[in-house]
Design a protein around this ligand. Sequence first.
Ligand code: 2AM
Length: 167
Amino acid sequence: MRLFIAIPFSDDVKSALLDSMEDLKAKHVFGNYTREENLHLTLAFLGEFDDPSAVIAAMKDLSFPPIPLTLHGAGRFGDLYWVGLAHSNALLETVRTLRRTLDARGIRYDHKKFKPHITVLRRAVSAEPVRIKVMPASMTADRICLMSSSVVGGKRTYTELFSVHAW
Ligand code: 2AM
């Protein structure tokens, strides 16, 4: 199964992200918008991995603080639009600890440098470059989740398999 580890968002943060998407739609930017229930912040992408219990065991070893998150900035990776986050030492330190824990257990993941971003639109098409409006929103993340990703009825669907809580 296709797995990743992510932080889920509060209703306030999701609502601010939906506002950004509505603003892009109003500016005639077309493409594959992220569905509200799929909004998340990925901390580690494991990809195809057939033993979620090994990942769950690794996550049980994890100790991390509550993580303050504030939406801040936005940008594009090619035709992918994202909303960013204000710098958070707690977030960066937690990702470091998570990756060390996965390494210690020999669990493979995508080692690309962590660039905190929330994808709001894929395969964007617009007549001209558009700035993404970011609405103010903050939360404190106190949960990290193991997610599986599959296509159900033609829709990309994320399912929470397990979660660990902040100290
Ligand atoms: P993205 O939003 O930038 O595509 C599920 O696919 C989650 O894992 C998404 O948040 C996705 O980021 C992230 N991810 C990170 N590395 C990935 C990779 N190599 N392939 C697919 N998804 C990846």
